[in-house]
Design a protein around this ligand. Structure first.
Ligand code: SF4
Length: 222
């Protein structure tokens, strides 16, 4: 069934469901790089060219999804897969799992989820071998969204995997500390959406040097 929602009147990609604002979980990673960049792109609507890595990333994601569908042997919902795994002990894999949480006001699509009888592994595919805090925060957002959406009460493992080599780069329990950190970040983005505070620019000149908004940003350190 299609999700019923409307788009926020001023801010790109924010959905409104039953009066609740939901923002994309990927914003949690973007915020960690530079909140002001997120503000320029989504709140002000400044447009700059996509980088080569972004275009390649979309293509690779589409290819991985295609490969998964070719290999997939069964079609079932996430709840059916959880029930099946608990009953039979099988390990099942799902790709591009859509989630939304009205409780936390977030939505997104998880690259891959491995369902085991006693745990769920949330996997985010990234290019390269370096894992930044922003990557972890995005995965923590997926974890909280998954728990809310499917009402899961079992161990959740978060991970980042190299998109090309399939090597796991970071694996950790989704624990209380991670949940507390990400809840604060989620609230902080909702405060931005609700115009309760201003976006904070980066204080790191190296980020500005790498930023694709550096030529249009009025807060650039360059
Ligand atoms: S130039 Fe610097 S302050 Fe401006 S958006 Fe980019 S990273 Fe943020």
């Amino acid at each position: 069934m299609m999700d019923m929602f409307e788009w926020h009147k001023k801010i790109k990609e924010v959905k409104v469901i039953d009066g609740v604002n939901l923002f994309p979980i990927s914003w949690l990673g973007a915020k960690d790089f530079c909140e002001y960049q997120l503000y320029l792109e989504k709140f002000v609507g400044v447009e700059v060219e996509k980088t080569y890595e972004m275009i390649l990333g979309s293509e690779v994601h589409a290819r991985l999804e295609e490969e998964h569908l070719e290999k997939a042997t069964e079609k079932m919902t996430i709840l059916e897969a959880i029930e099946d795994s608990e009953r039979t002990g099988r390990i099942l894999t799902a790709r591009e799992v859509s989630i939304k949480s009205l409780k936390n006001g977030i939505y997104g699509r998880i690259d891959e989820v491995t369902i085991m009888p006693d745990r769920i592994v949330i996997i985010d595919d990234k290019p390269g071998d370096k894992v930044y805090l922003g990557h972890k925060k995005q995965v923590w957002g997926y974890c909280i969204g998954f728990m809310d959406q499917f009402n899961v009460n079992k161990k959740i493992i978060c991970s980042v995997r190299n998109r090309d080599t399939k090597e796991f780069l970071w694996v950790d329990d989704f624990d209380k500390d991670a949940m507390e950190i990400i809840r604060k970040d989620i609230q902080s983005i909702h405060d931005l959406i609700n115009e309760l505070r201003d976006a904070v620019p980066s204080d790191n000149v190296n980020k500005c040097m790498k930023c694709r908004f550096r030529n249009v940003c009025d807060k650039s350190l360059l």
